[in-house]
Design a protein around this ligand. Structure first.
Ligand code: HEM
Length: 158
């Protein structure tokens, strides 16, 4: 009976909404990734200090080549979480990967508020990117996948 409950957590339609919007955005993943992180730093300027490659750099934020890969990781891993949630009812990430990501975020001092601001900025960026395609259902699907992914990361933050 537990399985049935879990299976209904994430539907095929929700998975399709996430995959379809990411497919639209990924051609310009760098551009949207930059917008995504500029939104985060607009709301939480202090978050910039956590990134070693921003701290140790003299080039302007917009030109920092290392910012986009992190932004893309958040998009790609959230999209993969959506696929896994539909398939198996949970976020499946290789244990070694999750351990590494959990440890890195713990070490750099990422806390709940950062994950919350990032969720908000992620949804705003997707909204801007997909235009007319945006809907409450799309927002909910991305939000749910992100929340589940973050929950998985947090269990490894030590
Ligand atoms: C590093 C993913 C959210 C800050 C990383 C790395 C990955 C990643 C894959 C590289 C780990 C490595 O070194 O192997 C994610 C995912 C997130 C997320 C999937 C959400 C679902 C956040 C948030 C913050 C953050 C909310 C803070 C606002 C950092 C920092 C690093 C990092 C500071 C280390 C960067 C450095 O090397 O200086 N993240 N991240 N991440 N992440 Fe995230």
């Amino acid at each position: 009976c537990g399985n049935l409950e879990v299976a209904s957590l994430f539907t095929e339609e929700q998975e399709a909404l996430v995959v379809k919007s990411w497919n639209l955005m990924k051609k310009n993943a760098g551009e949207w990734g930059l917008k995504f992180f500029l939104k985060i730093f607009e709301i939480a300027p202090s978050a910039q200090k956590m990134f070693s490659f921003l701290r140790d750099s003299n080039v302007p934020l917009e030109q920092n080549a290392k910012l986009k890969p992190h932004a893309k990781s958040v998009f790609v891993m959230t999209c993969e979480a959506a696929v896994q949630l539909r398939k198996s009812g949970r976020v499946v990430i290789r244990d070694s990967t999750l351990t590494k990501i959990g440890a890195v975020h713990f070490k750099y001092g990422v806390v709940d508020e950062h994950f919350e601001v990032t969720k908000y900025a992620l949804l705003e960026t997707i909204k801007e990117a997909v235009g007319e395609m945006w809907s409450g259902e799309m927002k909910a699907a991305w939000g749910l996948a992100y929340d589940q992914l973050v929950a998985a990361i947090k269990t490894h933050m030590k």
